[in-house]
Design a protein around this ligand. Structure first.
Ligand code: BGC
Length: 782
């Protein structure tokens, strides 16, 4: 009865104002409640459902449904009579993704392709992450966009996830702290962010239906933690819910996630938006507190209208969500009358991306000081298809329509090196032909899937021998990319292909015979297997997907203009079989076309009964033992641990002074001295080993980190790292509370997660419950 009355008053609201409109309440001038009260039912639906008006049940796809800014992911509906403008949202985590050209004008609208998120977290430098965010937000503003759909802070649970390149780390603290900096940087321009994908979107396979099965402790301590850090330390304007189910229910349809945890526990005061086409029932999404459904389907609108008219959902819920949307709209540049000038300073941003990318590069191996290149190096032979066709970023919504990508050979050329012409010509002949052959076999469905890479070309022995004779050294690039909708394969993406291995072997053989060095550049979307070939080259530099200035950035590190200071934000295992959750993650090589089609049909019919393991559902059986938490606890030896990275210079970290205040907060002070011959930066990593009493604990967990400034040879910096008492708490799910166990805590300053001889100080802490919360995300919940 109440619902019907509210509905009638909403409809009646429009009759009370004059047809000219001057008496309508206006957003920003009149109280929000008056604006909401003046809305017709259709206008209310306009508010909560995006403007795309798509009438399709097609699977979730990459968004570009904005009419106002071509290529932007989507926009909301305007209600001019109430002073409500349409708001525009665009991807994504490596820069603004909009169409670079528009009909009727020769002007271009390119955006800077910044280093992908993995590069940003590899810097371990929150200040730098903030600068990158600042530049991204500046472009967002210049192109007239209100919200950049970034950052994406899902945990890298398994190295095969196709979207890991958009994410920051396997560790919640590192992912959270870097995300805070990125949000602050972007939002300092007066535009918004969308912290995504909330939560537990850790696989792409069957992503719009996959049911994540796990325990509240696992979810809260690991997967929700980076989101919690961001929401508590800064306020992103929006949070984007994820596609997957959690213990049986769609993330966007879970009130315990988007209202209880996000708003009540963490204090989020922005707008919750769905991922594009995500969720099954608009009504359930509204009830849960998912304020805005994007990009907006007519079927969702009709469903919600039926629910309202039939009294299946109360108008208070709809109005609550509209209030969140309107409060958000009032913050936007569009609402404030900001006009796009479409003229960002792309040159300045190119410099920012060039410099930032160098700091995220991780030097994995450097035998005999192979790097930086010796002063006399002039001529280099460059191998590997991606040396000539460098990969700036990944595919899907995390891609950016950049104006150019500096290839490695261009970068080396710009740094004054001479590239072997014969080798270069062979690649420049081979690459277009191989690409054309690959395109021929492309199926229609492949349009949505990550780009396939051509394989390496055969390198005749006499070409190798001549190159070894005529050059000072060799550089090989291994390239791997990935993207939305699909995981990486083990066979040719995590592992090197036989052709790539043959290339490494052939080049190293010929050049070493001639007494020359070989450097391998990893232009990759995530960890690759290195165990079988790591002994061959003299140096290995992981440059990830470093953005559009890639070649220049790599050259800056190779030549020693910049000293590498990146550290791995995830573990590199020796072989895929060592991965902590390999049994509970899809093996893309085993997912058949038939299975995918069945899943798409089930999603369309809103069916949930699938029973295929790691496809319909995925069990997080490893619990909190994700990444290094597993490898260090179980004593699994890895290729390169979390936190690992070499430098051209050397540092000495002093014995840490550790103090605990009355509240139990820990402060770690240590000195870092550059003891080598080159200016560079170091990273201080503090791990804590907690006593396991009520709960079992990983052998160590990162609890704090800091990056030094660039230290000149001989220079020392004192670093102070604070570890709040509450951050020592684990989640006791039996009593649904965060609690710190009493006892001895080992505070370790370590060079990486596997450092066997960290500098350790033991402190004792009193036990205490730090927070009691409502039981959420339980397994039984349907
Ligand atoms: C992705 C989101 C993205 C959205 C809009 C979805 O497919 O999961 O990350 O922001 O599309 O393009």
């Amino acid at each position: 009865m109440l619902k019907k009355t509210l509905l009638l008053s909403a409809i009646a609201a429009t009759c009370c104002v004059n047809a000219g409109g001057q008496n309508y309440p206006k957003l920003g001038t009149d109280p929000i409640d008056e604006v909401i009260n003046a809305m017709t039912l259709d206008e209310k639906l306009d508010m909560v459902i995006g403007a795309a008006g798509i009438d399709t049940d097609e699977k979730a796809t990459i968004g570009n449904s904005s009419e106002l800014v071509p290529g932007a992911a989507g926009q909301t509906n305007a209600i001019p009579r109430l002073g409500i403008p349409a708001i525009i949202m665009a991807d994504g985590p490596a820069g603004v993704r909009i169409d670079p050209t528009r009909e009727g004008t020769d002007k271009t609208f390119y955006c800077t392709h910044f280093p992908v998120a993995t590069v940003v977290s590899s810097t371990w430098n929150t200040e730098l992450a903030g600068q990158i965010g600042q530049a991204m937000g500046d472009e967002t503003s210049h192109y007239g966009i209100d919200v950049l759909l970034a950052p994406a802070t899902n945990i890298m649970r398994n190295p095969l996830n196709g979207r890991n390149y958009e994410y920051y780390s396997e560790d919640p603290l590192l992912a959270g702290k870097i995300s805070v900096a990125v949000v602050n940087g972007i939002q300092s321009n007066g535009v918004g962010t969308s912290l995504k994908h909330f939560a537990l979107n850790n696989q792409e396979t069957n992503r719009t239906s996959n049911n994540v099965v796990g325990s509240p402790r696992t979810f809260r301590e690991i997967y929700l933690k980076p989101f919690e850090i961001v929401v508590k330390e800064t306020q992103p304007w929006t949070v984007m819910t994820s596609y997957n189910r959690i213990n049986g229910t769609m993330a966007s349809e879970r009130a315990d996630l988007v209202t209880e945890i996000l708003r009540h526990e963490w204090g989020f005061n922005g707008m919750v938006v769905s991922d594009w086409f995500g969720g099954q029932y608009a009504t359930a999404q509204m009830e849960a507190g998912n304020d805005l459904i994007m990009p907006g389907k007519t079927a969702q609108r009709e469903e919600l209208k039926r629910s309202i008219v039939n009294g299946h959902i109360s108008m208070e819920i709809i109005d609550r969500n509209i209030r969140h949307i309107l409060e958000f709209i009032m913050r936007t540049p569009t609402f404030k009358g900001h006009k796009a000038d479409n003229n960002p300073d792309l040159k300045a941003h190119a410099l920012i991306t060039r410099n930032a990318a160098t700091e995220g590069m991780v030097l994995l191996k450097n035998d005999g000081g192979a790097l930086p290149l010796a002063g006399g190096t002039r001529k280099v032979a460059v191998f590997g298809r991606t040396s000539y066709d460098f990969i700036a970023g990944g595919t899907g919504s995390g891609n950016v329509n950049h104006a150019y990508v500096v290839s490695l050979t261009e970068g080396l050329g710009n740094a004054g090196l001479r590239i072997d012409r014969k080798v270069q010509k062979a690649y420049l002949d081979y690459i277009p032909k191989a690409k054309a052959a690959l395109d021929k076999g492309k199926k229609e469905r492949d349009r949505f899937l990550p780009e396939k890479l051509i394989d390496e070309m055969e390198l005749p022995q006499d070409m190798l021998d001549k190159a070894a004779k005529g050059n000072d050294m060799a550089i090989i690039t291994i390239g791997k990319t990935s993207g939305e909708s699909m995981e990486r394969n083990v066979s040719d993406n995590f592992n090197l292909t036989p052709a790539e291995l043959k290339m490494v072997e052939g080049v190293c053989g010929a050049f070493h015979k001639a007494g020359k060095k070989v450097v391998v550049i990893l232009n990759v979307c995530g960890p690759v297997e290195t165990e079988t070939w790591t002994s061959m080259p003299d140096a290995i530099l992981c440059v990830w997907l470093p953005g559009q200035e890639g070649g220049n950035s790599v050259a800056d590190v190779l030549t020693g203009k910049e000293c590498p200071s990146g550290r791995l934000p995830m573990t590199w295992v020796k072989r895929y079989a060592d991965v902590c959750n390999k049994a509970d993650f899809p093996m893309p090589d085993e997912i058949s076309e038939d299975l995918i089609n069945k899943a798409l049909a089930a999603f369309k019919d809103k069916r949930t009964e699938g029973t295929v393991r790691n496809f319909d559902y995925t069990e997080y059986n490893e619990g909190v033992y994700v990444g290094y938490r597993y490898y260090t606890t179980k004593g699994v030896s890895v290729a390169y641990p979390f936190g690992y990275g070499l430098s051209y210079t050397t540092f000495e970290q002093g014995r840490p002074e550790v103090s605990v205040n009355a509240d139990g907060d820990i402060t770690v002070r240590t000195t870092v001295k550059n003891t080598g011959g080159m200016a560079g930066k170091d990273v201080v990593q503090v791990y804590v080993s907690a006593p396991g009493k009520d709960m079992d604990k990983p052998a160590r967990e990162l609890k704090g980190f800091a990056k030094t400034r660039k230290l000149a040879p001989g220079e020392t910096q004192t670093v102070e790292i604070k570890i709040p008492y509450v951050s020592l708490a684990s989640f006791n799910e039996k009593d649904s509370q965060w609690q710190v166990e009493s006892g001895e805590y080992k505070v370790m300053v370590a060079s990486d997660a596997a450092d066997m001889a960290p500098m350790t100080v033991t402190v004792s802490e009193k036990g205490r419950v730090t927070e009691r919360v409502r039981p959420c995300l339980l397994k039984e919940m349907k």
